[in-house]
Design a protein around this ligand. Structure first.
Ligand code: NAD
Ligand code: MLT
Length: 313
């Protein structure tokens, strides 16, 4: 149990978060973009802070000490929070895994569909006055193979949905036994066996040292020519330089990117590539997901203040 009287809400967290906290008698401060100095100061003045992905809670941001006890991440990835530094200072980090799963899965499926029929490119051409049906000859998803790397919450929801399109789903996840994935209609394979079978690859792992550049030159060299790649997980899981090279050479037939090594990207070469479709980290950006993660993180903070069992830590 922690004494939580004042919570700082950043990154335009859904207003439901503040409502739930206030109903529990907790005071709420909502702030927009803060300078480094303002962030350090505000953190010292509050018992908890709630962020989405824009604010980086670094060791430096925590340097002021003060009353901060909890960092709540309204979302899944905690890569914008220095969890080790927070832990050293006795500050608990909580997230809301699962709150945006369906939105991220739906976005991934939309990307696969858009890739197969060149929807963004054809739409842009028509808006420019070009009635071009020849360039945008698509291919059906039915009968194609989707390789899913990472069969956690999002990966398995993607599998379920793409099976409805008649895709064969294969996958790899070191933590999930083959008999379990078989129950979801996903054939579990080693990575070596996965790559040559894939028409589409989608990644759903966290960005970790062992998943950084997981899809790079070596992988492209053993894939089917024209393989298409989707990344709605984290920038850097797909090696951006290798991807560009593979797109240029035709080894990769198209890529759909929601996430980037640098966000927003300053180098737009990949985004502007004719075979790339892209969105500005919109996977979880739905009314429903934002409301869910806001409600969940608020409830977790209320539970903590009341000494109830905790989730998302
Ligand atoms: P999860 O923890 O439920 O699943 C991740 C899975 O990856 C786990 O089952 C884990 O065993 C597996 N994994 C770890 N290392 C692996 C490896 N080397 N190869 C294959 N699998 C490996 O997470 P989730 O909720 O499904 O989220 C997946 C990713 O999507 C996270 O990085 C998350 O931050 C990101 N995400 C992005 C958006 C967005 O807006 N674009 C939204 C939500 C989540
Ligand atoms: C997440 O990890 O939850 C997603 O990337 C979405 C977000 O950053 O809010």
């Amino acid at each position: 149990m922690a004494n939580i009287e004042k919570v700082l809400l950043l990154d335009a967290v859904d207003p439901k978060c503040g409502e739930v906290l206030q109903e529990a008698g907790i005071a709420v401060t909502t702030r927009g973009k803060l300078t480094k100095e303002q962030l350090i100061h505000e953190l010292t003045e509050h018992d908890a802070v709630v962020v989405r992905s824009a604010t980086r809670i670094t060791e430096e941001a925590l340097a002021g000490g003060g009353r901060l006890r909890v960092i709540g991440r309204a979302g899944t990835g905690v890569d914008n929070i220095d969890v080790k530094a927070a832990t050293r200072k006795g500050v608990l980090v909580m997230n809301t895994p699962g709150g945006n799963t369906l939105s991220a899965a739906e976005h991934t499926c939309a990307m696969v569909c858009a890739l197969s029929r060149f929807l963004p490119q054809a739409c842009a051409a028509l808006k420019e006055g070009r009635w071009d049906r020849k360039t945008y000859l698509g291919s059906e998803l039915h009968g194609k193979t989707l390789a899913i790397v990472g069969l956690g919450r999002i990966g398995r929801e993607v599998a379920k949905r793409m099976q409805a399109f008649g895709m064969t789903t294969i996958g790899y996840d070191p933590m999930i036994p083959a008999d379990v994935t078989a129950g979801w209609g996903v054939e579990s394979l080693s990575l070596e066996a996965l790559w040559p079978r894939a028409d589409y690859i989608t990644v759903h792992t966290p960005l970790l040292p062992h998943t950084k550049n997981l899809i790079g030159e070596k992988v492209f060299s053993v894939c089917k020519p024209g393989v298409r790649v989707v990344n709605v997980a984290r920038g850097g899981i797909v090696d951006e330089a290798a991807l560009l090279k593979a797109l240029d050479s035709g080894v990769c037939g198209g890529a759909a990117l929601d996430v980037f090594v640098e966000e927003p990207p300053t180098d737009l070469t990949l985004c502007k590539h004719p075979k790339v479709i892209c969105t500005p980290h919109l996977g979880a950006n739905t009314v429903e997901a934002q409301r869910r993660v806001a409600l969940e993180i608020a409830q977790q903070i209320v539970d903590m203040s009341k000494g109830r069992p905790l989730t998302g830590i």
